[in-house]
Design a protein around this ligand. Structure first.
Ligand code: ADP
Length: 661
C-alpha cells in the first residue's frame, strides 16, 4: 500500500511538473498534456513524455535503459524539474532583452512623432532635434574627457526639446559653439631645431640677447625633457623695446600658434575667468577666449601688461590669473562660463610688464623675470637700419631705392624727433617718412637721387621736436644733476636749491613724493651736523630759509635715490660754491652721510650719457652693477664710487670758488 501511494504521488508530481513544462516550452501541442493527464500508468507516462518532448537524447536514452516503471518515472521527474529550471531562466533573459528593445523602439517612435508634430505646427526650422543631433555628433567626434562630454551632450540634449526661437535656445547654442571651437585635442608639433629658431629670432630682432638665449634654452630643455612644464617668462622693460614683438616671434621660432590678451586695466575676476551662464550676455573669460583664437592647446599665450592689473570689490583678478599660470592647477582650469575643466598645462605663457613693482607678489614668484632695458642711440641706429626701415618700406610698398637715409640722418632722427627708451616713436617717424615718399611717387614726382641727409629731415617731417639735451654752459651754485629711474627709462633730474634770509623754513616743491621729502630732511640734518667742517654758520637753520625745487613739476617724482643730489645742491647753495655741470649723481643718504645703493643703474647711466654728462657718482655698493651697463655708455663716462657724502662733495662742489655774498 505504501508503494502504491508512493507511485500515486510520483504520478501527480510528474503531471504538475509537465504542466509547468508545457507552459514554458510553448511549442508543444496541448494534446500531449491531455494524454499525460489521462494516464495513470507510471511506465507509460515516463515513456510517453520522453518521446514527445524535446529533451536531450542522453536523457531519453537513460529513460529507455531503466526497466522498473516507477524508477523510470522518478528519473523523468528529475529531468523535468531540471528542464523547468533552465527554461525559466531562458524566459527571464528573453523578457529582459525584449524590454530593452521595446524601450528604444518607443523612444524612436516618440521622437519621430514629435518631429512630425513640430513640422505640423511649423515650429521647427532646421529643427532643434536635427541641430541637437548635429551637435551630438560633433561632440562625440572630439573624444573628450568623460565629464566634459557628458556636460556638452546634456546641453545638446536640452536643445532638442526647446523652441528654436526662445532666447535660451540661442544661449545654449552660443555655449556649444564656444565649447566646440576650443582646441581640446589639437596640438601643434614644436620645432625643436635650435639653429632654425635662432635664425628666426635674429631675423626679427636686434640685440635682446637675454631673451633669445632663454628661449633657446627652453627649446633645448624641451628636447631633452619633453614633460617639463610650467615655465612662465616675464619680459620687463620700458614701452617700445620689443617685448610684445619678441614674444610673438618666439611663437614663430617654436612653430606654435599664438594669441595675445591684454591685462591692462583688468579689475574684475570675471574678465579672466568668465561669467556664469546664468548672467545675461555671459561670456567666457579672456583666457579661454584666447585659447579659442589660438586654436591649439600648446599655443604661446602672451599676457600683456601684467603689471597693470588692479583689484577691487568685484574680486581679485590676480587670484584667477594665478590659477591660470600655476602648473599645479592649470591642467584643469575652470572657466565659469564653460563649467568644465580645460587643460592649460601645455601652453607657454609669456607675460610683459613695464615694472615688477606693481605685479602681485604671488604672481611674480611664479615667473622668470627677464629684463629688457632701454636702447642706446647706437642700438637704435642698428635697429632702425636693420629692422624698422626695411619693415616699413615693405609695408608701404616702397623699394629701397625709393627711400633711404644716411647714418647721420638716422642719428638726427633718433635724437631730434624721438625721446624714448624703446623705438616705437622712431618706427612711427619712419612710417611717416614712408608715407611722404609714397605720396611723392604716386604723384609722379621725381625719384630720390641720394640717401636723405640730416638737412632733408625738416622738409619731410617738420621741425625737430627735441632740442639736444645739452647742459647749460656754466657751473652754478645750488643746482645739481640727479639721475632718476622712471617707468619709461632713466632721466636726468635737476635739483635747485635757493637760500634766503629768513627764519629757518624749508620749502619743498616740484611734485615730490613722501619718500623724497624725507630724503630732503635727512640731507638737511646731515648738513647741520657737519656745519663746522663745511665752514657754515652754525645758526643757518635759524636765520636762513631754504627752498628745494625740482623743475618739471608735471612729472611725479619719488624715491630715495635723489638724497645725495639734494644734499649737494644744499651744500652748494649754503656755501656759495658752484657744482660742476658735467657731473651727475645718484644715491640714498643717511643722517651720518653714508651713501646707500640704488636700483636702475643701467637706465640712469644711459640718461646721463644722453645728456652729455662726463662723470657719474654712484654708491660704492653699486660698483658690481657697472658690468651690466651698456659698453658704449661705460666707456664714455667716468665713474666715481662713493660710500660717504665727503667723497661726493669733494667731486661735485668746487669749494675753491666760494662766492662770498
Ligand atoms: P613693447 O611691447 O615692449 O611695448 P613692441 O613689441 O610693441 O614694444 O615694439 C614696438 C616696435 O618696435 C615693434 O614694431 C618692434 O618690432 C620694434 N622693435 C623693438 N625692439 C626691437 C629690436 N630689438 N629689433 C627690432 N625691432 C624692434
Amino acid at each position: 500500500r505504501v508503494a502504491e501511494k508512493r507511485v500515486e504521488a510520483l504520478v501527480r508530481s510528474v503531471r504538475g511538473a509537465f504542466e509547468q513544462y508545457i507552459t514554458l516550452a510553448p511549442r508543444l501541442s496541448p494534446e500531449i498534456l491531455l494524454n499525460v493527464l489521462a494516464s495513470d500508468s507510471p511506465g507509460y507516462l515516463a515513456d510517453y513524455i520522453a518521446q514527445s518532448t524535446p529533451i536531450p537524447f542522453t536523457d531519453k536514452q537513460a529513460i529507455l535503459e531503466e526497466i522498473h516503471p516507477a524508477r523510470r518515472l522518478e528519473k523523468m521527474l528529475s529531468i523535468l524539474t531540471r528542464e523547468n529550471g533552465i527554461l525559466e531562466i531562458e524566459a527571464d533573459l528573453q523578457t529582459k532583452v525584449r524590454d530593452q528593445i521595446s524601450k528604444n523602439q518607443r523612444d524612436y517612435f516618440l521622437r519621430e512623432q514629435m518631429k512630425t508634430i513640430r513640422e505640423e505646427l511649423g515650429d521647427d526650422e532646421g529643427g532643434g532635434e536635427t541641430e541637437a543631433d548635429g551637435y551630438r555628433e560633433k561632440i562625440v567626434a572630439l573624444s573628450l574627457a568623460e565629464e566634459t562630454q557628458e556636460k556638452l551632450l546634456h546641453e545638446a540634449g536640452r536643445l532638442s526639446h526647446m523652441n528654436a526661437h526662445s532666447p535660451e535656445y540661442a544661449l545654449i547654442r552660443a555655449y556649444l559653439d564656444t565649447a566646440l571651437e576650443l582646441p581640446w585635442n589639437i596640438q601643434t608639433k614644436d620645432r625643436l631645431d635650435i639653429a632654425a629658431a635662432r635664425r628666426i629670432l635674429d631675423r626679427d630682432h636686434y640685440g635682446l640677447q637675454k631673451v633669445k638665449e632663454r628661449v633657446l634654452e627652453y627649446l633645448a630643455v624641451k628636447r631633452l625633457a619633453p614633460e617639463l612644464k610650467g615655465q612662465i617668462l616675464c619680459l620687463v622693460g620700458p614701452p617700445g623695446v620689443g617685448k610684445t614683438s619678441v614674444a610673438l616671434s618666439v611663437a614663430e621660432a617654436l612653430k606654435r600658434k599664438s594669441a595675445r590678451l591684454s591685462l591692462g586695466g583688468v579689475r574684475d575676476e570675471a574678465d579672466i575667468r568668465g561669467h556664469r551662464k546664468t548672467y545675461i550676455g555671459a561670456m567666457p573669460g579672456r583666457v579661454i577666449n584666447a585659447m579659442r583664437q589660438a586654436k591649439s592647446r600648446n599655443a604661446v599665450l602672451l599676457l600683456d601688461e601684467i603689471d597693470k592689473l588692479s583689484s577691487d570689490f568685484r574680486g581679485d583678478p590676480s587670484a584667477a590669473l594665478l590659477e591660470v599660470l600655476d602648473p599645479e592647477q592649470n591642467f584643469a582650469f575652470r572657466d565659469h562660463y564653460l563649467e568644465v575643466p580645460f587643460d592649460l598645462s601645455e601652453v607657454l605663457f609669456i607675460t610683459t610688464a613695464n615694472t615688477t613693482d606693481t605685479i602681485p607678489r604671488a604672481l611674480l614668484d611664479r615667473m622668470e623675470v627677464i629684463e629688457i632695458t632701454s636702447y642706446t642711440d647706437e642700438e637704435k641706429l642698428q635697429i632702425v637700419k636693420r629692422h624698422l626701415l626695411p619693415k616699413q618700406l615693405k609695408r608701404h610698398g616702397l623699394k629701397k631705392a625709393q627711400l633711404s637715409f644716411t647714418d647721420p640722418a638716422l642719428r638726427e632722427l633718433i635724437a631730434g624727433y624721438t625721446r624714448e627708451s624703446g623705438v616705437r616713436n622712431l618706427e612711427r617717424e619712419i612710417a611717416a617718412a614712408c608715407r611722404k615718399a609714397a605720396k611723392r611717387i604716386a604723384e609722379g614726382g621725381e625719384q630720390q637721387k641720394r640717401p636723405l641727409a640730416p638737412k632733408d629731415l625738416e622738409p619731410l617731417l617738420g621741425v625737430r621736436k627735441y632740442k639736444p639735451e645739452r647742459l647749460r654752459g656754466e657751473d652754478e651754485i645750488g643746482v645739481a644733476n640727479g639721475l632718476a629711474w622712471t617707468r619709461v627709462g632713466g632721466e636726468l633730474l635737476e635739483v635747485e636749491v635757493g637760500v634766503v634770509d629768513g627764519t629757518g623754513k624749508v620749502e619743498l616743491t616740484g611734485n615730490m613724493g613722501d619718500i623724497m621729502k624725507e630724503s630732503a630732511r635727512a640731507a638737511l640734518t646731515y648738513i647741520r651736523s657737519r656745519a663746522s667742517a663745511l665752514k657754515l654758520d652754525p645758526e643757518f637753520h635759524k636765520n636762513k630759509d631754504m627752498h628745494i625745487h625740482f623743475p618739471e613739476s608735471a612729472v611725479p617724482k619719488d624715491g630715495p635715490s635723489a638724497g645725495i643730489t639734494m644734499a649737494v645742491a644744499m651744500v652748494s647753495a649754503l656755501c656759495g660754491a658752484p657744482v660742476y655741470r658735467n657731473v651727475a649723481m645718484t644715491g640714498e643718504i643717511t643722517l651720518r652721510g653714508r651713501v646707500l645703493p640704488i636700483g636702475g643703474l643701467k637706465e640712469k647711466t644711459m640718461a646721463a650719457y644722453r645728456a652729455g654728462i662726463k662723470t657719474v657718482i654712484i654708491p660704492s655698493d653699486n660698483e658690481s652693477d657697472l658690468q651690466d651697463i651698456d659698453p658704449t655708455v661705460h666707456s664714455a663716462l667716468n665713474f666715481i664710487c662713493a660710500d660717504h657724502m665727503d667723497t661726493v662733495l669733494k667731486n661735485t662742489v668746487d669749494f675753491t670758488r666760494v662766492h662770498e655774498s
